[in-house]
Design a protein around this ligand. Sequence first.
Ligand SMILES: C[S@@+](CC[C@H](N)C(=O)[O-])C[C@H]1O[C@@H](n2cnc3c(N)ncnc32)[C@H](O)[C@@H]1O
Length: 454
Amino acid sequence: MALPIQDLPAWARLNDVSFDNVEVTTTVDKGYGVVSQKDLAAPEGTVETPQLLAVPHDLILNSLAVEEHAKEDKEFKQLLEAVGHHTADNNVATPRQRSALPACSTVLLPTVWTEDERPLLKGTSLEVAVGAKLRALDNEFEMIREASSDIPYWNGLLWHSGAVSLKDWVHLDALYRSRCLELPKSGESMVPCIDMINHSSDPSAYYDQNSDYEAVLLLRPGASMSKGQEVTISYGDTKSAAEMLFSYGFIDPESTSESLVLPLAPFPDDPLAKAKLVAFGKAPKVHVARESGSIRWDSNFAYLKCVNEEDGLDFRILQDNEGNQQLRVFWQDEDVTDQISEFQKLVAQTHPLPEVLRLRVAVSVQENLEIHLEQLKSELPRHDSSTVREECLKHGLLLRQIETSLLEDAIQALEQEKNSLLEAENVVAYLGSMETSNSDLVGEEASNEADDFS
Ligand SMILES: C[S@@+](CC[C@H](N)C(=O)[O-])C[C@H]1O[C@@H](n2cnc3c(N)ncnc32)[C@H](O)[C@@H]1O
């Protein structure tokens, strides 16, 4: 059970967490946060800047700590083993008995949005991503339930009493994703108290690990803070608005990269569609970004989608020494199966008419972006404040606005690219030859028809 936040100072003392001139408080719009209790400064170039927080190593929760905990907790160990994870029996330091932690504020990642809130993502790059994540969490939870159904303790919790449900699993995932840190020595970890620090595009602090493996929060060189000012860190400045919303439940337009990733599908009438999807092995996507003011797009699958046998694409089933069958991709008679994640580069360099191919891919990508833009611009279902939380509405609408603007510019950039490709010598000659062969065909058809009527 979680403790009330007022108990945090006592909990910190009991667990040797040191707060140095900072304290936890409630912020206006970000839940809890940490503020400075006095004026603080670290001149530019300072090597050892003031420490604001230190959390002992044995309170850091990472995969190793989970293993250690399993050695102390029989039921937990049984659960790990049931899902196929075996804990090594080596001797490790006994972990600190973890007492209940003070509660953190509500997590509002899109995976925990309600049925009324999720339509805000319609047409955005998160629509498919959130659906896929929820399906993956559902599968994981079912796998855990099935695998542990013979263990009386877990059978009671997951089947009979219903004390733990899929909703808890989804919530746990959201808590983990929004609070985990990448520590230099302990790797991906959750760290109590340091996980109370909010994000800013102009952060005053950063986290690190000292020689005792403690997780520490330090003032940034060059930073200064006045009493009562919020201490902030950066959650990253290269993440897109969608990534920020997906992982943290908010968007800070000051520190997001202008990019998005959209799903892509093969042409519905492509006889090679299935083979292309299997050989590609990942969810097909197109990546669009604005970098230094210009639009850039790339998609390995879009290239695979737009080439066919006449270009030199081939699929073959090969049998290895053990009799296993493998689908292999050939491009101009070379086995390129292992280069499929570089297909765009490979094909662009070796296609006999690279501009013609680029034009085909640009047309297909532009069509895909137009479909998403149309959905983004279509009217949203009615959302009233009794069923849609203010924060979800604010960040959902912000994502729609950011992605609409990027898609509009990308579609325009693709239009320009198409127009200049249409003027390329190769393309003009190719289109000319197509016209000639088409009119020959029409001529032939006409004469066939004449034959038929004769
Ligand atoms: C690591 S926790 C930080 C502590 C958190 N505010 C709490 O009350 O427990 C990360 C969460 O804080 C909130 N948050 C952090 N920085 C924010 C910001 N700049 N704007 C809005 N919410 C923010 C988001 O809900 C995010 O998922």
